[in-house]
Write a protein that binds this ligand. Structure first.
Ligand SMILES: Nc1nc(=O)c2c([nH]1)NC[C@@H]1CN(c3ccc(C(=O)N[C@@H](CCC(=O)O)C(=O)O)cc3)CN21
Ligand SMILES: CC(C)C(=O)C(=O)O
Ligand SMILES: [Mg+2]
Length: 276
C-alpha cells in the first residue's frame, strides 16, 4: 500500500571500512557535530555520515571560553544522548582534555565513551609520544581512533590562541610527519583543523586513511563543522572556515541537507573558507 508519510527506507549503517572505501572512490565524507538526541535525529534524517560529539560543547553549550573545562563524565552524558538519536550514522566522541594523560586513562575513557555511552570511535588530539601509544593501545583493543592534528583546540594555551597551524615550512613538515605517525600508530581516520589549503591537500594525498578537514581546504576526503556554526547561532564570532547554511533557508533540516549536498558536490568549502 502506498503511504505518503511512510518513512524513507532505513539507511545502511556507516562503518569504518565504508569510510576507507569512500576515500578510495573519491566520495566525500560528511561529518557534523551533535550534542543531544534531537540534533542527532536531524543528522540521521539528512544522511550525515559521521556524527561527532565534540568537546566544543564546552564552548557552544556550556558557554565556556575554551574546551578545557569539559569533563569525561560530561562527554559520556552527551555521547549517550546523541547515541539514542542515531541509527545508521557513525558516532565519534571526543576525548576531553587530559583524559588521554597516559595510556591507562585513555583506555578507561575509551571504555566509557564506547562501552557505556555508545560511541563507535574516539577522537584524540595530537601526536605526542603518549598519544601515539594510546592510539596503538585503543586500536589494539578494537576501539577505532580518529586522530586530530593542526589547530588542536586543547592546545590553545600552548598556541596562544586559536591560530592557524603549519604556516611556516618547518611547521608544515611537522604536521605532515605527525599525520604519518598517527596513521602508523593505528589511527583509522584523521581530523585536520586550521591549516593552509596546500598543506591540507598534501596530508590528504600522503595518507591512506581518510582525512576530514575543518579549515583545511577543499582537497580533504571529507569535511566537519560545529553544527551551531552552520546554523548561524554561535554566540560571538564564528571561525572563518564555517558557513551559515540556514541563511536564506526555511528549516534546520533544509540547512543540514544543503551542507550534506555541498560537501558531497565539493561546493563547500569555497576558497573564502580556507587559509593560504
Ligand atoms: N563554535 C565553535 N566552532 C568551532 O569550530 C570550534 C569551537 N566552537 N570550539 C572549539 C574549537 C575552537 N575552534 C576555533 C575557534 C576560533 C578560530 C578562529 O577564530 N580562527 C581564526 C584564525 C586566525 C589565524 O589566521 O590564525 C579565524 O579567523 O578563523 C578557529 C578555530 C574550532 N572549534
Ligand atoms: C571542531 C571539531 C573537529 C571538534 O573537535 C569539536 O567539535 O570539538
Ligand atoms: Mg574537539
Amino acid at each position: 500500500m502506498y503511504v505518503e508519510n511512510a518513512s524513507a527506507p532505513a539507511r545502511k549503517p556507516v562503518t569504518v571500512p565504508n569510510l576507507h572505501a569512500m576515500k578510495a572512490e573519491g566520495r566525500k565524507i560528511v561529518m557534523l557535530t551533535a550534542y543531544d538526541a534531537s540534533f542527532a535525529t536531524q543528522l540521521e534524517i539528512a544522511g550525515v555520515d559521521v556524527a561527532l560529539v565534540g568537546d566544543s560543547l564546552g564552548m557552544v553549550v556550556q558557554g565556556q571560553r575554551s574546551t578545557l573545562p569539559v569533563t569525561l563524565d560530561q562527554m559520556v552524558y552527551h555521547t549517550g544522548m546523541v547515541a539514542r538519536g542515531l541509527s545508521a550514522t557513525l558516532l565519534v566522541a571526543d576525548m576531553p582534555f587530559m583524559a588521554d594523560r597516559n595510556v591507562d586513562y585513555a583506555l578507561e575513557a575509551g571504555a566509557r565513551l564506547v562501552g557505556e555511552a555508545g560511541a563507535a570511535m574516539v577522537k584524540i588530539e595530537g601526536a605526542a609520544p603518549h598519544i601515539l601509544e594510546s592510539i596503538h593501545a585503543l586500536t589494539e583493543r578494537a576501539i577505532p581512533v580518529c586522530a586530530h592534528l593542526g589547530l588542536t583546540p586543547q592546545s590553545v594555551h600552548k598556541f596562544g590562541g586559536y591560530k592557524v597551524q603549519g604556516r611556516e615550512h618547518e611547521a608544515a613538515e611537522r604536521v605532515l610527519s605527525e599525520a604519518l605517525a598517527v596513521q602508523q600508530a593505528g589511527a583509522n581516520i584523521l581530523v585536520l583543523e586550521g591549516v593552509p589549503t596546500p598543506l591540507g591537500e598534501r596530508v590528504t594525498k600522503a595518507l591512506d586513511i581518510p582525512v576530514i578537514g575543518i579549515g583545511a581546504g577543499p582537497h580533504c576526503d571529507g569535511q566537519v563543522l560545529v553544527i551551531y556554526d552552520m546554523l548561524g547561532i554561535t554566540p560571538g564570532k564564528r571561525p572563518k572556515f564555517s558557513k551559515d547554511f540556514l541563511a536564506g533557508r526555511g528549516s534546520v533540516q533544509e540547512a543540514i541537507a544543503a551542507y550534506v549536498a555541498d560537501v558531497r558536490s565539493g561546493a563547500f568549502p569555497a576558497a573564502e573558507h580556507g587559509y593560504n
